[in-house]
Write a protein that binds this ligand. Structure first.
Ligand SMILES: Nc1ncnc2c1ncn2[C@@H]1O[C@H](COP(=O)(O)OP(=O)(O)OP(=O)(O)O)[C@@H](O)[C@H]1O
Ligand SMILES: [Mg+2]
Length: 236
């Protein structure tokens, strides 16, 4: 049993009610240790995004338990009072779509969270720059989001998800628009982050390029998960 990282027990999520209710999650059990990167794979509509949204406190589960670090955050109801602070300080999101802020340049898109958390602008920007360079998009630091390619936008959004070094990172198809080399670079960065900052990372993916890199994979089907050992292939 891990006493840090993420633990999910019997998590359920029902959308709607009555005849139109959809039981998207039917009792999910999962745990991710600090420093670990796990894959979450499953067919379309199997509940992957729903699970990440519950974990990220974007939507409310219907039942079950979620533990972040050593804190019970959900137990048949939220156990934390400030969900916005939970999302801002303890969870990094990397979405399928980049959702960059159109009127801020690339650096400030990444640095914004740190600035909002009260870090000096110079420090926030230099940390942003470090990640942008690691993601091979440092040369676009002064560009506006609309001037970037889809893959560049995605890498900027990944930098933004990592910048405040949250203990948990939830990534929904982070490599889908990227070519093989860049997809593996992203996975390498996520692994480095996990090791360096003891981050627990869940990567939802269909991407055959990156699936062999996971040491552990959760398969989700019809709202239930099955754990499997992955290849854990080296990608250097
Ligand atoms: N807001 C919603 N209201 C009602 N049903 C929803 C809602 N969001 C998702 N669902 C349903 O819940 C189930 C799980 O959806 P979810 O988005 O979690 O799937 P997914 O595994 O992320 O799929 P994909 O690979 O296509 O992104 C699906 O049947 C979906 O139609
Ligand atoms: Mg999805």
């Amino acid at each position: 049993m891990v006493d840090k990282g993420i633990r999910i027990e019997g998590l359920k999520k029902r959308y709607g009610s009555g005849d139109t209710a959809v039981d998207a999650l039917k009792g999910i059990d999962m745990q991710v240790a600090p420093g670990e990167v796990v894959g979450l794979v499953g067919p379309s509509g199997s509940g992957k995004s729903t699970l990440l949204k519950c974990l990220g406190a974007v939507i409310e589960p219907t039942a079950g338990r979620m533990i972040l670090g050593d804190e019970l955050i959900y137990d048949d109801g939220w156990k934390v009072t400030d969900l916005r602070a939970l999302r801002r300080d303890r969870i990094g999101f990397v979405f399928q779509a980049p959702y960059l802020i159109p009127f801020l340049d690339v650096t400030d898109n990444v640095a914004l969270l740190l600035m909002l958390a009260g870090r000096p602008n110079g420090e926030a920007r230099s940390r942003a720059m470090e990640l942008l360079e690691a993601l091979d998009v440092g040369h676009r630091a002064k560009a506006m989001p609309s001037q970037l390619s889809g893959g560049e936008q995605q890498r900027v959004s990944i930098a933004r998800g990592l910048v405040n070094r949250p203990p948990v990172i939830l990534a929904d198809e982070p490599t889908a628009p990227l070519d093989s080399e860049r997809a593996l670079a992203v996975i390498r960065i996520l692994n480095d982050m996990a090791r360096k900052y003891d981050t627990a990372i869940i990567v939802v993916t269909h991407d055959e390029k990156i699936i062999p890199t996971f040491k552990r994979i959760y398969h989700i089907r019809d709202g239930v998960t099955y754990e499997e050992a992955g290849e854990g292939r080296s990608f250097d």
